[in-house]
Design a binder for this molecule. Sequence first.
Ligand code: PGA
Length: 248
Amino acid sequence: MRPLIAGNWKMHGSLRDAGVLAEGVRAGGAGARAELLVCPPFPYLVPVGGALGSDVALGGQDCHAAAKGAHTGDVAAAMLRDVGASYVILGHSERRADHGETDSVVRAKAEAALAAGLTPIVCVGESEAQRVVGEAEAVVTLQLDGSLPEGFAEAGGVVAYEPVWAIGTGLTPTEVEIAAMHATIRANLEKHFAAAGAKLRILYGGSVKPGNAKGILALPHVDGALVGGASLVAGDFLAIAAGVPDAA
Ligand code: PGA
């Protein structure tokens, strides 16, 4: 399967920064082995989408579970689709922490994304305390069981494994730990979706940089990366994308 390298710009930058960054990604994006995706803040979706051209996909960082309605400050999945997004990140640990998103909320949002024709990227991952006591795989399994909706596999849904303690810290699990977790996630996807689960992309996220990307992206069942900080520098983001294995 073609790897996916997704940039999560979070709540960074100005309109001007977003335009420069998008131009930089576009310039290096044509002909990339990996599929490239950028997820800017909502106000910048339209100009960034225009600047990216057709070789780089556009995504949102969240959507509401409802199709429309009285939800001040929220954005509907169909609105993201309307402005050219094809993906939406859901259940990021920062959303779970800042907005109290539970697995069932994430699942409802993923259903809304599917209904609107967006591909959900559902994020899971354990805290440091959970890893220390040996609960990482159990936590991630519960998150997957609670947040993946019916129809996820048919739509080519994506799972991103992002250990909370690795996000923005410069720390990562060892390659052995990443491979073990991705194998667990693959088994879970096959449990839920049978053979279709074998074909879904599982991204690793958390302090992916140009220097560690190649090793991580070569691991079994690592089908791409979800990149935060390093996606804010076009050269770094493209260097990460250049680290996908040749045979992919
Ligand atoms: P990071 O963020 O690459 O800055 O660690 C990853 C993410 O939160 O998606």
